[in-house]
Design a protein. Structure first.
Length: 344
């Protein structure tokens, strides 16, 4: 039904408009008497073989919704009805910001991909906290944190610390986003010394708490092996809980979409099927070269159960979907979980 009716209808609208329509429709269904229960009956798949404990948290299944879909933590209860094992909200910044000018989200239908240059558009971490306080479901929630566009890199740690403190009591883990290509100079924070300084400060704040929360680093797929070695060293030295691999890519190789269209779209991070193999390669490299293996959340190009299983076999403990969810619909989560349950 999704591929033959709902998706063609949504694709009549611009990607950003379609997103708002889809989330509004999901909320409307959930508010209708019996609507949420109906969605759970259709999309949930419960099996004890799917449950796993990762960085001290128990997940009912390993399939999550990646950051960017519910930036302001507005639809956690609604997305829970679709069978996810966890949801990551954000990226959140201390102050609200509009992000980059529209158009800023583009479909590459031939490639089952997206290009986005959203630019951390969100209503601010304070607004997200208000929404998190209202949520009713018990689904695991991660908080993806970043810096405001106007904050210089040398002061970026203040933004991350502010978001960390604001969200601490309301999320189950943190994802530190220094890898989006859509905030100017943000990826410079992935360099060894700036990254070590930033993460070290967050870890100190974490260690000062009575109950620590897992802190994960979200990295780009465009890092060299030498840079990945630095990531491994920092994660192990600082005792981070894990890595999210990977964010979107600035690469544009081997796309089926016409080069002129790609050039006209311009800058932005590419997600979807073309990213699948590279993100899996990064997962495999991290798993193989870490002296003390750490948990990895695999994300990038998952649009079939096979894609998810490949990432898990490569070394991921959990996986997340985003672009594949848009192209394949909510049934994707159930299909993946069914295959995984039979694999056990």
């Amino acid at each position: 039904m999704y591929k033959f009716f709902i998706r063609p209808l949504l694709f009549l609208f611009s990607p950003e408009r379609a997103h708002h329509i889809a989330t509004a429709a999901l909320r409307a269904v959930c508010r209708f008497p019996g609507g949420a229960a109906l969605l759970r009956a259709i999309f949930h798949f419960e099996n004890k073989n799917l449950a796993r404990e990762v960085f001290g948290i128990k997940f009912k299944n390993p399939i999550g919704l990646a950051a960017g879909f519910d930036k302001d933590a507005e639809f956690i209860d609604e997305f829970e009805t679709l069978g996810f094992g966890f949801i990551e909200v954000g990226t959140l910044t201390p102050k609200a910001q509009p992000g980059n000018p529209s158009p800023r989200l583009f479909r590459l239908k031939k490639d089952r991909a997206l290009i986005n240059r959203m630019g951390f558009n969100n209503k601010g971490v304070g607004n997200a906290v208000k929404n998190l306080k209202k949520r009713r479901s018990k689904i695991i929630v991660g908080g993806n944190i970043g810096k405001n566009k106007v904050t210089p890199n040398e002061e970026a740690f203040h933004d991350y610390e502010m978001c960390f403190e604001a969200l601490f009591d309301y999320v189950d883990y943190f994802a530190v986003n220094v890898s989006s290509p859509n905030t100017p100079n943000l990826r410079e924070l992935q360099e060894k010394e700036p990254l070590k300084h930033l993460l070290g400060r967050l870890q100190k704040r974490n260690e000062a708490k009575n109950h620590q929360k897992p802190i994960l680093l979200k990295i780009a797929p465009d890092l060299t092996n030498e840079q990945l070695d630095d990531i491994i060293e920092i994660v192990e030295e600082l005792g981070l809980s894990g890595v999210i691999a990977t964010n979107t890519t600035i690469a544009r190789g081997e796309l089926s979409t016409n080069d002129e269209i790609i050039e006209k779209i311009g800058n932005g991070g590419l997600s979807g099927k073309p990213l699948c193999d590279r993100s899996t390669e990064v997962i495999r490299y991290l798993k193989k070269n870490a002296k003390n293996p750490f948990p990895i959340i695999g994300v990038g190009g998952i649009s079939t159960p096979k894609d998810a299983i490949e990432k898990l076999h490569a070394g991921a403990s959990l996986v997340q979907v985003y672009t594949g969810f848009i192209y394949e619909g909510p049934g994707l989560i159930k299909r993946i979980n069914k295959i995984l349950a039979n694999e056990q």
